[in-house]
Ligand binder design. Structure first.
Ligand code: FAD
Ligand code: SF4
Length: 516
């Protein structure tokens, strides 16, 4: 072969221009790497899903007549490093050229570029043809300001791609329906069980055991539930349009338990398309166009607020966090604006806590490698922020546990949106809340050991005193933030005794944090 074309594990885009023509002088290369399986402790379902999807992709390319070299993890020739393997392949094949699609992760981008520099190799780079916006999107969209508002970004992307637009204006005359969305799930509301697959990945599971790859979480390797090929990804998309979209926005922020919505508590009306999107088996425009088409054919059952809520996530938030990532890496990874240093409490690793919200959100993460956005943001993220957990420890946790976790999307969501460690670049105020929010939006509190209405004393909900502890300890940082002013007024009005009691309660909880 004259040319090696590298395909990374999250570049499973069969419709890329590379594959439009066949060339016997081009060798496509895919590798299962120890380097990728253990740069952080991953959920077993995540490693299995990635390797299975990669193997399927490789088989599909081969059937379509392309030349492909697929290096398995257990192959004796595998040096478990991307660049060592590449060097070996260049020698072995005598290939003169190497071509890559731009990695989405800074880590791999850096590894490939410094390797190429050190070895005098000229890599030819290609776009992945996946995202709607480029790595430099912030510069393009905010030429005169560094006040990066997601809403502004989203409106530009939506207009450019003419999604839910009419004569240059948003359909329905409004851009944003957040206020109509975000309701608590009534107990009478039925939720359809999620579509799950039953992929047999026992062979890969055995290989991971033999190769001593350490993982976390639960799995039935005979029935891996995640989509691992394009057909399954498309099935999941259709299923979402039919059963999720009609209630997507409305119950996007709700939280519930198994006894209220049996079998569907963990997924609700969420699409669970993040893995298929992040591996590029699905294109964001394909997802959004399908959803919009389904909405336009079913306007009697699907309101504009539902489809707008969904479109906003896919072409707004998803593209926006990527733009933040590429603008601010590698410094972004070290941000810790609030100087939080606490170790991650033990229940993040075993779900053993009396706090019902934390127990359910963490347990389902182990069971499904999945939690929906509000569980990540307002339960596990919120608790860690209130307790002052180190963003490094949290990044490792979020990056490992979720099926969809790849650094470009995990990092801005964790450090930025959820932990305010970037000093408000993404979130204009910290996402913190006491038990009030949990009570208002979900069904956890009524099943909890703790009392959501108590702030101090026996069985007082930890979120309540920790909330005020946060407000008090970060006074200097937030008192003049206009979106936090109200909370400081409330705090300042409390008597000294009341303030002391709250602080003491929180200090007690922080001292015994692993026992909560
Ligand atoms: P749905 O609720 O059905 O939303 C549809 C799609 O919109 C998602 O598939 C996703 O592609 C996109 N989307 C929605 N919200 C976001 C967002 N905030 N950022 C980027 N895309 C978004 N998402 C990841 O893909 N990978 C991660 O590693 C990741 N880590 C996160 C960590 C924290 C602390 C938080 C608060 C959020 C994180 N998110 C991450 C964002 C979001 O929670 C997930 O994208 C979503 O829960 C995936 O489930 P879904 O496909 O059912 O999403
Ligand atoms: Fe969570 Fe507190 Fe509600 Fe228990 S009472 S579920 S700890 S918010």
């Amino acid at each position: 072969a004259k040319t090696i074309r590298l395909i990374l594990g999250d570049q499973l885009n069969a419709r890329h221009r590379w594959f439009k023509t066949k060339n016997s002088e081009t060798l496509y290369v895919m590798m299962e790497l120890g380097q990728e399986a253990d740069y952080v402790l991953h959920h077993r379902q995540k490693v299995l899903a990635f390797f299975k999807a990669m193997r399927n992709f490789s088989n599909a390319l081969e059937s379509a007549g392309h030349r492909i070299f697929y290096l398995r993890l257990e192959d004796a020739r595998n040096q478990q490093s991307l660049t060592k393997n590449l060097l070996w392949l260049l020698e072995e094949t005598g290939a003169k050229h190497i071509e890559c699609q731009q990695p989405d992760e800074y880590r791999l981008d850096h590894q490939l570029k410094s390797w190429a520099g050190a070895n005098n190799i000229d890599i030819k780079w290609f776009d992945t043809e996946h995202f709607l916006t480029g790595r430099n999107a912030l510069k393009d969209y905010f030429p005169d300001t560094d006040n990066y508002l997601m809403e502004t970004f989203y409106r530009k992307v939506r207009s450019e791609h003419d999604i839910l637009m009419e004569d240059g204006k948003p359909i329905g005359g409004r851009w944003n329906f957040d206020k109509e969305n975000q309701r608590k799930l009534p107990k009478s509301q039925s939720v359809t069980e999620p579509l799950v697959f039953a992929n047999d990945v026992s062979d890969i599971d055995n290989m991971l055991s033999k190769q001593n790859i350490k993982t976390m979480g639960n799995v039935n390797p005979k029935q891996l539930i995640w989509p691992v090929n394009r057909k399954q990804a498309q099935q999941l998309l259709s299923y979402f349009c039919e059963f999720g979209l009609p209630n997507f926005g409305r119950y996007q922020d709700t939280m519930t338990t198994d006894n209220i919505t049996p079998g569907a508590h963990w997924s609700l009306f969420h699409s669970r398309l993040s893995f298929a999107l992040n591996t590029k088996m699905l294109h964001p425009l394909e997802v959004v166009h399908s959803a919009v088409e389904h909405w336009s054919n079913n306007k009697d059952t699907i309101s504009l607020a539902q489809i707008e809520g969904f479109v906003r996530q896919v072409i707004g938030w998803r593209e926006f966090v990527r733009a933040i990532y590429w603008k601010f890496m590698p410094e972004y990874k070290n941000n810790n604006a609030l100087n939080h240093t606490r170790a991650l409490p033990s229940y993040y690793w075993n779900a053993e806590t009396k706090m019902a919200c934390m127990h359910h959100s963490i347990q389902q993460s182990f069971d499904y490698a999945y939690a929906h956005h509000i569980q990540r943001l307002m339960v596990t993220g919120n608790f860690a922020l209130l307790a002052g957990v180190s963003p490094d420890a949290l990044d490792d946790w979020y990056l490992g546990i979720y099926i969809d976790a790849i650094e470009w999307v995990e990092l801005p969501n964790t450090r930025g949106m959820s932990q305010y460690a970037d000093n408000g670049l993404i979130a204009t105020k910290p996402y913190i809340s006491s038990a009030n929010y949990m009570k208002k939006m979900g069904h956890y509190c009524s099943q909890c050991h703790y009392d959501p209405n108590k702030k101090t004393g026996d069985k007082a909900c930890p979120f309540n005193s920790l909330y005020w502890h946060f407000i008090n300890r970060h006074k200097e940082h937030f008192e003049n933030n206009h979106r936090m002013g109200m909370m400081y007024q409330v705090w300042n009005k409390k008597s000294d005794d009341e303030q002391n009691a709250l602080i003491q309660q929180a200090e007690h909880y922080l001292k015994t944090i692993n026992e909560l």
